[in-house]
Each structure stands twice: as structure tokens, then as C-alpha cells.
Design a protein. Sequence first.
Length: 147
Amino acid sequence: MNRDKNNGKKQVNNQDRIQGSGQEKKNSLVKSFGYAFDGIRTGIRKERNMKIHCVAVIAVTAAGTFLGLTATEWCICLLLFGLIISLELVNTAVEAVVDLVTEEKKPLAKIAKDTAAGAVLFSAVMSVIIGCIIFLPHLAELFSRLF
């Protein structure tokens, strides 16, 4: 709100009306999504492991399409895709914050980085095991029809 120079009364400008109407929340929501997509793009562009995970997502999607996964199997794959990509993004964020806070080798910084990376690795290994449980029967069926 602005004060009129002549009589000291408050005048409501358009920005004040927008803030009171919920438009501000809409704009901040749009900005939040923009920041989130920027983070995803940055992770894919700058992180080698994220690129590897994205290639794995594409390969699993192609194989699943070819082998005719069930809806339940697709849901499991999608959940695992989301888990691994999300953990990789969190790992990247943890590494960036640790690097921002300290350039020297500190035991707590090592713990933060190593445990974040360990979470990604553990989930990736579990995802591979689950992938084998899902895909091996489909592959066995395919080979039994071919040979």
C-alpha cells in the first residue's frame, strides 16, 4: 500500500490487490515448479550418475514395452524410477551443500557425502534385484518360445 503524499491516506495499488486475491500464491507455485524443474535439469546435465540412471530408465522402459509388463509391474518400475532419480537428486544437493560449507576434509562432511551416496547405491542395487524378479520370467518365456 502507498501513502498519498497530499493527504496521508493509504491507497491500494494493483499489486496489493493481487496479493490479497491468491494470485501471489499461484505465482509462487509456478515459480516453485520452475525451480524444481531447474534442479532436475541441472542434475541431468551435470551429474554423471544421473545420466547413467536416465539411460537405465530408458532401457528398462524399452525392455518393459517389448516384453509386455503387467500394470502392476509397470507401477513397481515407475516407483523405482522415481526413487532412484529422487535419491540421486538429494545426493547431489547434499554434496553441493557440503561443498558450499567447507572445502577442507572434515569427518562429518565425509559422513554426509558417503551416506547420501550409499543411499543411492543401496536403492539402485535393490532396484536391480527387483528388476531381475520382474524381467527374468518374461525373458525366460520369450526364450522358451524362440527355442
